[in-house]
Design a protein. Sequence first.
Length: 412
Amino acid sequence: MAADAADTMLSKPGLSKPAVHAEGRPHLRVLGTEITLLDSIRERAEADLGITIGYETLDFLGAQQKAATQPGAFDIYDQCFHNLDIVWFWKAIQPIDTGRIQHWGEVNDLTKTGRLSADAMIGRGDAPVKKLYVQPDRSLGPQPSRHISMLPAVHNVDAFAYDPTVVPPGQPYETESWGWLLDERWRGRVALVDEPAIGVFDAALAAQARGEASFADIGNMTLAEIDRLIDLLVARKRQGHFCGFWQTMADAKRLMVDHRAAIQSSWAPAAVALSGLGVPVREAAPREGYRAWHGGLCVAAPLSGRALDVAYAYLNWWLSGWPGAVMARQGYYMSIPKRVRPFLDPAEWDYWYEGKPAAKDLEGTDGRVAVRAGAVRSGGSYWRRASRIAVWNTVMDEHNYLARRWSELTAS
């Protein structure tokens, strides 16, 4: 962003330039995960806002635990809605005043109502709208109010990726199925993400698709349902079905680069990176629907005065468009797509958001070609993909029990 554009942005409500720039250069501490804490984001935000930013990058559980127990150790908590309950319960974060969010009225309905259109699927589990608004009793719920718990930002719909030279390609939304993850034909070549609030749903959707398990509410399983699912997975693991359980995108990439996995849980950046490396990979568009997640930004409870002004400046900057363009090049979406569009080349917008064939080679966040000319994004446009959500990443009522059983699975 040019200096004049930055000055204009900072003159808007919630981005008071004097509050940000007076009395020396402010320092903002951001706690989060590898999903969004990229050096390119930090450097651009520092330049645009005239602040310094320190990142602390942890895994999901580590970031959540630190945020809940050490609210004085961060200013911004950059995480996902399904990791929100514990930090809200321990009053580690404060309500966000949407009156200070410049483009709040433009945030789309996926967050605010749970779907983008009247005929879209309503995903089970921790749909962001269920935890978005601060209610009069300070609980979180779907009834609109001026204050929110987390500023909706980066999100995506996930499925699994597969090597089409090993697994015969299917038809998006027709024959591609979560059930492939438990297909005995791929025994020894299957990997799952090792995070119970995420990986369990990949496994549950697979078992349900094959008729090997059923759930009254897949987003909030009972103890008996958890036991049946984990017992099924343990049995498969002992038969050598799984080649690994990955925790980071680097791990996920390595499994396919080394040809250990032919089909596995997948996050968009890993699939984009594999494609850029020339590794055969295809992201599925399962007929049962996607597993979705939604990230955002929270403000630490102790912040006030000038430090709080700086935090709001950072929140507003995230919705300004440029960060969303960086996220798009990883395969992620932003809560205000129209703000992102001016910062993408038309060919990028058409590929990442519209689902059209790439008009030319497209670069990823590392500057290397990530998408070859003529490629089409699996599942089509953002609006089509985001209307096919089966379940959201979720911390269920019985999450503690699930986490113990999941540990038994990975250790078995």
